[in-house]
Design a protein around this ligand. Structure first.
Ligand SMILES: Cc1ncc(COP(=O)(O)O)c(C=O)c1O
Length: 391
């Protein structure tokens, strides 16, 4: 390995959410919010250093090279051909999602999600005065599947305007296969439902799996889709706030442009732009090594649970660095266990209830962030075990 993911980086006192939030006393280990404890790839640091040296940070006019970096990355890495005018930038995937929902719905419309799912899906839908429509994923005991008949029944009966899809899926850990995407996409086409694909985790894919951009499925699917993406999640630059919406339909884009302006999220900062260009132009090797490291972390975590906490079931991880663990054997619900892990074990995890908006799909799960040096992850696991042993 050329890159070092083992050496811890001190993040406390840098004003970072993950380590400096109120719950994070000096002795707590964080396994919660989705950013990584790794230093970013050197080309990104170099690009930022050069930009900072210039010393002037006025309003940004995004350069041509920005669009070229995105187009080339998706062509090379994911076999998806994007055209320049399809790309709209904004400050994050959540602001993108909110603007897309605002642009393509009327108050009261239904937006379909597959639960459990990333908590901001619920808030973005509700903040835009729409209704959350759930198509729960089917838990098999090790992973999640789509019940296609149920998915279609819900769409046919409830007539949502949009399907807000997550691929790779946070927190289920799935990377939807081409066949699954086609089937979901065909159902949406049949019923006139537009697909809004949150693909922010798309570079974080484990061995044996392949990310398929929804827009790359076919021309028809592409026309019925708005994709949202950023280099920020996988290259660990979330604080630099820069993301993209990709849509080939000019009329839909015009509506989204209006919503981005209404929401005042149509400008990005120069450092985010530099980071994205460096990531996409020079970061492929780093991402490959990162994924290899995350996979080793996941295997070590799985072994640890099998040996010391065999009653708790670790879900398969196909993508993301967020591991979804079934805790029903503890007899506690997710909030109760999360609370005890913090108060007794000094380890902060996410309660599964966050990902079902309080509904039952998340009550038997916790979500663990494993994007940290292995030694730190093992210490976090030992703390989880110390609490589970006492239950
Ligand atoms: C599925 C998903 N979408 C969006 C985000 C956040 O995106 P951003 O920070 O660009 O707003 C996250 C963060 O964890 C996420 O998991």
């Amino acid at each position: 390995m050329r890159y070092d993911f083992d050496t811890p980086v001190e993040r406390r006192g840098t004003g970072c959410y993950k380590w400096d939030c109120d719950e994070m006393a000096a002795d707590v280990i964080p396994m919660w919010v989705a950013d990584m404890d790794f230093r970013v790839a050197e080309p990104i640091v170099d690009a930022l250093r050069r930009r900072v040296e210039h010393g002037v940070f006025g309003y940004e006019r995004v350069p041509d090279a920005y669009y070229e970096a995105i187009i080339e990355w998706f062509r090379r890495r994911h076999g998806w051909r994007i055209e320049r005018e399809w790309i709209q930038y904004t400050t994050g995937v959540v602001p993108a999602m909110s603007a897309v929902i605002k642009a393509l719905t009327k108050p009261g419309d239904k937006v379909l999600v597959q639960t459990p799912v990333y908590n901001c899906f619920f808030s973005s839908i509700k903040n835009n005065k729409c209704q959350v429509l759930r198509a729960p994923l089917c838990y098999t005991g090790a992973t999640y599947k789509v019940d296609f008949a149920e998915f279609e029944r819900i769409i046919a009966e409830e007539k949502p305007r949009l399907f807000l899809m997550c691929n790779p899926h946070n927190p289920a850990g799935r990377v939807w296969t081409r066949e699954e995407l086609m089937r979901m996409g065909e159902i949406c086409l049949r019923h006139g439902v537009m697909v809004v694909a949150d693909e922010i985790h798309c570079e974080l894919v484990m061995p044996g799996h392949k990310f398929t951009p929804f827009g790359s499925l076919s021309a028809e699917m592409q026309s019925n889709c708005v994709a949202m993406n950023s280099s920020s999640k996988s290259f660990n630059t979330a604080g630099l706030q820069c993301a993209n919406i990709i849509c080939c339909d000019g009329e839909v884009r015009a509506k989204i442009d209006r919503a981005l302006n209404d929401n005042e999220v149509c400008d990005v900062n120069p450092l985010g732009v530099e980071a994205l260009m460096a990531a996409y132009n020079e970061g492929a090797e780093w991402i490959d090594e990162l994924n290899a490291y995350l996979w080793e972390n996941y295997k070590a975590l799985k072994d640890y649970f099998a040996r010391y906490m065999p009653g708790l079931r670790v879900s398969e991880l196909e993508g993301t660095y967020l591991v979804w663990v079934n805790i029903s054997a503890t007899g506690l619900n997710a909030d109760e266990l999360t609370h005890r892990l913090l108060s007794e074990g000094r380890v902060l995890v996410n309660s599964g209830l966050m990902y079902s908006d309080g509904a039952s799909e998340g009550q038997n799960f916790i979500r663990l962030n494993i994007a940290c040096p292995r030694s730190q992850m093992m210490e976090g696991l030992a703390r989880i075990r110390s609490v589970v042993d006492r239950i």
